[in-house]
Design a protein around this ligand. Structure first.
Ligand SMILES: [Zn+2]
Length: 495
């Protein structure tokens, strides 16, 4: 799952409520947390799933992927050897099951945050919520400290913005112009380098092109006036705003960050009351990632089919066994039980943790006409699990099975920052199942503990995106539910 503990997360707290509101505005009302299901599972057996043959097969795949990570630097991230060897394992199993496979290659740029500090040092000390601007110069070694200054005209993009203002060696606070173009339906938060689900990284929204161009002019003006760093804000914007200059880095663009408007408001109050001092230390570095998806080859590529997908990559920080060797392994088990001529295609995505790159590449480059629906599996073995089901229609295939089996589930957000999102925006009906309700770091409630077992007050997956996301720290009970439901969905849509 894509989220906020990836590379581009430094100072600042998640803005989950705002993310939810934003995403809801983009794709329709978010599903609520209504619980469903029968009483039969109110007191689940913690060992449930232990004797399930499908769970046994899936856990064996997870163990193989855990070993691959251990032998390849502790991760299976896109662009690293652990990913290549994970893909080879998947391809070997698929061939053994009678499938043909192919790789769908793609490349992208990952922006690694090497230094990312924006701190107020006077009149009070505090770390400021911010998002580093991409495509600008880096701070000098150790960063730069300076008094806060603002141009005469708020925006700083006019030729005379800095006339009569002593800005030399200072940190400028600049307001971004609101976009001229109305916000479109694609106002989904962009996640160019994120990881799974619903945290700060997912809250980032890109500036519009006209805003970016005005900001470029403002940065050049500030540099000419002697400013050492720039803080941008957009009035009313209380979640992360991503500003990126795609041209080759211009040394006349000083290091910069966007800050939330509440931060800007308090800085302006300090400025009006006598001044503020700031320390800014920013350095981002682009790294080209060459990676690929692994796909089964349908017997008839033009015939209608359903897609089943899971991301195969981990974050660089850990082996990614719940996230998402679990979904990758469940997907292998589905492929095992599907004949090569079945109207289904199985897809292992690369680069999900950097912003759903592999699924987006598929959507951008493969014919979608034959695709009747997409089913996603991401984090199906959380140790403190719930069962989350999401979708914009096809989720009924899961819920019909769960209801018949007497299993409880919770509705999750359809745009919960995993590989269903590119399909959703391409107009493909989507659905998915997980054990974290698209929020792996969320704390389990008392009510959820009563319904699903486990421990209230602890995260669904306490080692999400961490080095401890190993096989030993995954669960079986939620996996058993997801496996049975996914097999039921496969039977249902392939007849
Ligand atoms: Zn993830």
């Amino acid at each position: 799952m894509t989220a906020g503990s990836g590379q581009r997360t430094a100072g600042g707290s998640p803005r989950r409520a705002v993310v939810a509101a934003l995403a809801g505005a983009a794709v329709g009302p978010l599903l609520t947390g209504t619980a469903h299901g029968a009483r039969a599972a109110d007191r689940p057996d913690p060992a449930r799933g232990a004797g399930d043959p499908a769970v046994g097969r899936i856990v064996r795949h997870m163990r193989e992927l855990d070993g691959i990570a251990a032998r390849h630097g502790g991760n299976r991230a896109a662009g690293y050897s652990g990913y290549e060897h994970s893909a080879r394992y998947v391809e070997r199993r698929l061939r053994a099951y009678g499938h043909r496979t192919r790789r769908l290659p793609f490349s992208y740029t990952r922006t690694d945050l090497l230094r990312d500090t924006v701190r107020q040092t006077g009149p009070r000390e505090r770390v400021l919520d911010h998002v580093a601007v991409e495509g600008v110069a880096a701070s000098p070694p150790g960063g730069a400290t300076g008094a806060l200054v603002a141009p005469a005209d708020r925006f700083g993009d006019a030729p005379d913005s800095w006339d009569g203002v002593d800005a030399r060696g200072r940190v400028a606070l600049l307001e971004l112009r609101p976009p001229k173009a109305p916000e479109g339906v694609r106002a989904l938060p962009e996640t160019p380098t994120g990881g799974c689900h619903g945290t700060r990284r997912a809250a980032l929204r890109r500036t519009a092109d006209d805003q970016t161009e005005a900001a470029r002019t403002a940065l050049r003006n500030a540099h000419a006036a002697g400013v050492v760093s720039v803080l941008f804000f957009l009035d009313g914007m209380d979640f992360g705003l991503l500003l990126r200059f795609d041209a080759p880095e211009d040394p006349a663009l000083p290091p910069a960050a966007t800050v939330f408007s509440e931060v800007a408001a308090s800085l302006r109050a300090d400025l009006a009351a006598g001044g503020a001092r700031l320390h800014v230390d920013l350095e981002l570095r682009d790294r080209k990632v060459d990676t690929f998806d692994v796909l089964t080859v349908p017997a008839d590529p033009d015939a209608p089919r359903h897609l089943f997908g899971a991301h195969l990559d981990s974050v660089p920080a850990g082996p990614g066994i719940d996230d998402n060797a679990s979904g990758s392994a469940l997907l292998l088990d589905l492929a095992r039980s599907a004949a090569r001529r079945a109207p289904a295609q199985f897809c292992w995505w690369g680069g999900e943790e950097d912003g759903m790159r592999g699924s987006q590449h598929f959507v951008d480059t493969e014919p979608l006409e034959p695709v009747r629906g997409y089913f996603n599996m991401d984090m199906v073995a959380a140790p403190n699990h719930v069962v989350g089901v999401y979708g914009n229609g096809p989720e009924r295939h899961y819920t019909e099975h769960l209801a018949a089996a007497g299993q409880p589930w919770l509705e999750g957000p359809v745009d919960g920052m995993s590989d269903q999102v590119p399909f959703l925006f391409a107009g493909v009906p989507v659905a998915g199942i997980d054990t974290v309700r698209s929020r792996p770091a969320a704390l389990k409630t008392e009510e959820e503990a009563r319904r699903f077992g486990g421990t209230a007050g602890l995260p669904y997956d306490p080692r999400y995106h961490a080095a401890g996301d190993t096989l030993d720290n995954t669960g079986r009970a939620g996996l058993a539910v997801c496996a049975a439901a996914s097999h039921a969905v496969l039977r249902s849509v392939t007849g």
